[in-house]
Design a protein around this ligand. Structure first.
Ligand SMILES: Cc1cc2nc3c(=O)[nH]c(=O)nc-3n(C[C@H](O)[C@H](O)[C@H](O)COP(=O)(O)OP(=O)(O)OC[C@H]3O[C@@H](n4cnc5c(N)ncnc54)[C@H](O)[C@@H]3O)c2cc1C
Length: 549
């Protein structure tokens, strides 16, 4: 979309009638604000939303060394972005530039508007999404600052976590950024303290865990102690679809996700086969929209929240979380998906996050601009990654075990790869060893047909080999197949674990009221669309089960 179109969507001017309508939701007369008074500050978690009736409000980015005016909003405009719904802290500050009158709308009232007033809901939601997109694309926002070495695994983990959770941040590479020593001095820290995360002029955290970071920047809030109608483990396409359908159909719904929304799909730079997106969509954008949709309907999405185990208390599922918390639910959806297997060759463990990666997103691509990279795998995800990386890398070596790319990859992708001059396909080839001192420097490969060995000099290897289900947290009561995928539906009718007279619902596991959807399910089609479909269907079965309770 052209930038001027996006600007018009991001900053609409409401009509008198629309302002009056929002005023009714505010439930109080407009508040008078004096010139110079602050409406909210960057970092605030209070999610009030302001509609300007008269006067001007200045929106300021205070995260850089010098505050920058981002925009001046006038009568009929409103503050806010997606953080209002996801509970994230404010990324900018707002100050009255003149004396103003503003309607102050609470988070609950905003949800009411989004659910009950389709016209205002469209304007507000589209503006929120467009504002975030403009911020991201302008490259002018500093956001948080991550200072650390490209060779540090923790720096990579922190950057990866922030990027996957769509938090605006800037990375200062100890190795590559000339401004780094000045910035370190400014923050009063040394290289030994890195990686650090800083906001505006203060160090927030030194080498935080993902959870500490999420709590400090406000993306993780404590969970309420309640019995939910539906708990969902995993926020990939299956989990997010279930959250949208569950919450929109009145079930109290919680989603527990260990890393970031989107799951595997979140690391795809271009999903071209998902219905309704003829030009493709990035997985993170799809996930961003789905989270917003789930939030809008009132689903509680808790990230990062690792589910460690599952037990049962009478008919209820009890999920044990990292850190000792528990979540209790009447129905449970297992949507914990799958993850790529480790390559398991010499050197791999030590070099993960230091040159060995399992996703190819801008985060990783940034580090291999202009150099040679090695990619392992013959499936669609490897194909997408090869095409994406070829835009930045000097050369991409694509290693496949078989002799024919078309056997394992969709033909549109295989042909695109064969027509990309800087991708070289090495057939019948596997990795034998990875070399590097603190960071990957070379990969030893072997051709299984000829026995010929070669050493490729490279600082980045991307692995996309066979996915294994994430089911290690599940108890015996949940029956799995020989490859550890969760069994569901009719295949369980004869199972000794199935104790009810009725047959299991299509997506029901061996435990009544516990369902499985998406890649984690035995026999599922490993695609975004099918995961979304199964996630949506599982809600129907949850309703049926709740009627039985
Ligand atoms: C790079 C890449 C590109 C792809 N491209 C396409 C494409 O173009 N088209 C297509 O149709 N398919 C594509 N796929 C496949 C598609 O992404 C998957 O089929 C889909 O994501 C499966 O969705 P899911 O929700 O079942 O599981 P996942 O996407 O695997 O999500 C599972 C989620 O559960 C979380 N989780 C796991 N265990 C726990 C736990 N114990 N506690 C809390 N959370 C947990 C994980 O962190 C994850 O976020 C691609 C996959 C990859 C990796």
């Amino acid at each position: 979309m052209a930038v001027h179109d996006l600007n018009a969507i991001a900053f609409p001017v409401l009509s008198e009638a629309q302002i009056a309508q929002l005023g009714r939701y505010a439930g109080a007369p407009p508040k008078k604000v004096r010139a110079g008074e602050t409406l909210f500050r960057c970092g605030d978690r209070d999610s009030k939303f302001f509609v300007i009736k008269s006067g001007e409000v200045e929106i300021v980015d205070e995260t850089d060394d010098k505050p920058k005016t981002v925009r001046v909003e006038g009568p009929g405009e409103f503050t806010g972005d997606v953080g209002h719904l996801t509970g994230n802290p404010k990324v900018v500050s707002a100050t009255a530039r003149t004396d103003c009158e503003v309607y102050e709308i609470s988070e609950e009232a905003l949800r009411e508007i989004l659910n009950q007033d389709p016209q205002l809901s469209d304007i507000i939601l589209q503006a929120f999404i467009a504002r975030r997109q403009l911020m991201r694309e302008s490259g002018e926002f500093t956001g948080l600052r991550v200072i650390g070495s490209r060779y540090s695994r923790d720096t990579f983990r922190i950057r990866d976590f922030l990027a996957k959770n769509r938090v605006l941040f800037t990375w200062l590479d100890l190795e590559g950024d000339p401004a780094v020593s000045q910035v370190l001095q400014q923050f009063g820290v040394t290289e030994a303290d890195t990686p650090i995360v800083a906001c505006a002029h203060r160090v927030l955290l030194r080498n935080p865990s993902n959870r500490e970071l999420a709590e400090a920047i406000g993306i993780r809030r404590p969970l309420e102690q309640a019995v939910y109608d539906l708990a969902i483990v995993g926020s990939g396409p299956a989990g997010l679809a279930a959250a949208v359908y569950g919450a929109s159909e009145g079930l109290s719904t919680v989603v527990l996700e260990r890393t970031a929304p989107g799951g595997q799909a979140g690391s795809s730079m271009r999903i071209e086969n998902y219905l309704g997106f003829p030009t493709g969509i990035t997985g993170s954008e799809l996930a961003d929209r789905a989270v917003l949709q789930a939030d809008k309907f009132g689903a509680r999405v808790s990230i990062p929240t690792l589910v460690m185990n599952l037990t049962f208390d009478k008919a209820y599922s009890v999920l044990g979380l990292e850190g000792g918390e528990t979540v209790v639910a009447k129905c449970l959806l297992i949507a914990s998906g799958a993850e790529y297997r480790r390559l398991g060759v010499e050197g791999c463990d030590q070099l993960e996050g230091r040159g060995v990666y399992y996703a190819a997103t801008p985060n990783e691509a940034q580090m291999c601009r202009g150099s040679d990279v090695v990619l392992v795998g013959g499936g669609n995800s490897a194909g997408q990654a090869a095409v994406y990386l070829s835009q930045n890398a000097r050369k991409v070596f694509l290693l496949i075990r078989g002799d024919d790319l078309c056997k394992s990859m969709s033909s549109y992708l295989a042909h695109r790869i064969m027509n990309t001059p800087n991708i070289e396909i090495l057939r019948c080839t596997t990795v034998e060893r990875m070399l590097g001192d603190g960071h990957l420097s070379a990969v030893e490969i072997v051709n299984k047909l000829t026995g010929e060995k070669r050493t490729l000099q490279t600082a980045a290897l991307f692995s996309f080999i066979g996915a294994a289900p994430r089911t290690d947290w599940l108890p015996q009561e949940i029956e799995k197949d020989e490859k550890h995928f969760v069994r569901t539906g009719i295949s369980l009718a004869e199972s000794p674990r199935w104790t009810l007279k009725r047959q299991p619902f299509l997506l029901e596991t061996s435990r009544p009221g516990v369902f499985a959807a998406g890649d984690v399910r035995s026999g599922s089609v490993k695609r975004v669309a099918s995961a979304v479909g199964e996630g949506a269907m599982s809600v129907q079965f949850a309703h049926e089960f709740l009627k039985e309770m």
